[in-house]
Design a protein around this ligand. Sequence first.
Ligand SMILES: [Fe+2]
Length: 456
Amino acid sequence: MTFRICLIEDNPKVCDTLKDHFARDFESDITIFDNCTDAISWLDQKLADLIIVRSILASEERAAQKIFSYLYDKERTHLPVLSLGEIDFVAKEISLLPAKFRLEELNRQVIKLLRIDKDKIFLLKKPNYIGFPLRDYFLMKIAPCDLYLKIERRDGPQFIKRIHESDEIDREALQRYEAQGTDEIFVKKENWNSLMRSFLTAASTGILKLEKQQTYSHLEISDFYGLVKDMVSFNRGHSVTEEFIHLLAKTVHAGDHQFKNFYINANQVLKSQSLFDYKHARLQILLGLACIDEIDWYASNKDKKTLIDQLIFCCLLKDLYLQDQEEFEITSLDKLNHAESRLTPEARERVETHAHKAALLAQSLSHLPNGIDVIVRQHHGSDNGVGLMLYHNIGISPMAMFLIVLDDLSLEILKKSGDGLSKANLEVILSRVFDHFSSATYLKIIQAIQRALKEN
Ligand SMILES: [Fe+2]
């Protein structure tokens, strides 16, 4: 479906930017006017889905009000209006953006006003066949739709049907394709949502089976985490991503209560064949749960459930956009400068922006505990989530500071406990971590962790 947008704006630069933006991001038809009179005569004859109006134009000081009065007279106030810039009258039907706005803010408002659902936005800009990592199809038993391989031909790519809808997924065939260098399996665009749903069903069924058997397999949960990572990088904000992250948080929460003892839990994670990314996130959750009682702001807070949920969701979300182990290990500006020559420009970009992107992801998901986006954005100390810091920032949220220490500690544990983690080697690791920090606020957190893990 193409949206019809009427833009009333007299700054040619803004008009050009928005014209490209709407064509690219919303497949919309945009008609632009630099004054209200022309816009109104157009609106008299044409239908629009959304009006975007600069609140003050050179030719009209109260442009947004004029448009709203027109709609009111014509009894068309159901037509959404977005004002660019403040207005000095009250009309709850008008949405506002500041005079200078970011395109992301504009997107959020437009999505809300046009009532576009998240799943449709993803599909708006996609080609007819969409690929998803082959490794994830191993988690699925039955093909929810026809599955295709992409073959590059001289006259362009061709998509060949290899697995039919409702057929059992042949693991050997998948392995063969993988050995031949195929890393993605494609579905038709119209089947994308059903593919995503099937992944969710496969993961939920797998987890339910584990729960029934009362076993806790880190490897299986790690596959599931890998699937969430792929889903996020392919499909930010899809409704299924949201359900996945909630299911994952619930599973992790349940698993970590299986054994009270931190060392038993941590060794199970370390000895499993799980993904590095999963071990990294999971260790931070285990450490956090084992130590949070000793942290003063937690002890004095009445809403402990929210804080625990914040801890779990932040650890699961904050590094979803990182890829290689080396990227996880770059946690400061110093380390980034040292790694500079080995990093590709894409890897550097991921390291520097992953906190910001994960915060945007958190904002796009519903029913998360309050404040997740802020903590995720600050999880390397930077206020806007972009770049790394030379010194440990103490002007950020206490949970973000706690996570900075947990991140450092989990990386040291992953490096130094190949044969398992004991109280003795954790003490050595903790003293190393102590040397990484100089600010009293952070040292206090490490001391609290030392106390908690001594008693565990
Ligand atoms: Fe990070």
